[in-house]
Write a protein that binds this ligand. Structure first.
Ligand SMILES: [Cu+2]
Length: 132
């Protein structure tokens, strides 16, 4: 009888421990998700989107895909993807070279016109800068 109680107690303790571990792991994964969310909100741009004269390279696309500026404006591209991209003029007027994750590239557009560009690594990624 004494032994049986001991086994029961041990089983109960084990079950409690399992529940405790489960709750611990669950809360851990939740807090790491929150931290990832905080990381995204940690950008200097609080809105989460590209600012004025800024283009995000995000989700294998340029955002915005068409940006309109006045002559003399400098545009900055920021790579928000975990992979390297380029900002390369279709007519060879500018080329960023490799933009690694979180890196930026800036170019000043001094002459009015329509400038289409693409990513040399993912050539389906295309976008346009319109300079007035
Ligand atoms: Cu790319």
């Amino acid at each position: 009888m004494k032994n049986l109680t001991g086994i029961r107690n041990r089983a109960l303790t084990g079950a409690c421990l399992m529940v405790a571990i489960f709750i611990f792991l669950n809360s851990c994964s939740k807090s790491s998700n929150n931290m990832a969310g905080m990381g995204n909100n940690g950008n200097t741009d609080n809105s989460g989107g590209p600012g004025t004269n800024e283009v995000f390279i995000k989700g294998m696309a340029f955002d915005p895909s068409t940006i309109t500026v006045t002559a003399g404006t400098t545009i900055t591209w920021t790579n928000k993807d975990p992979v390297t991209h380029t900002v390369s003029s279709t007519s060879n007027e500018f080329d960023s070279g490799n933009i690694t994750p979180n890196a930026t590239f800036s170019h000043t557009f001094s002459t009015a016109g329509s400038y289409s560009y693409y990513c040399k690594i993912h050539t389906y990624m295309t976008a346009t800068v319109k300079v007035n």
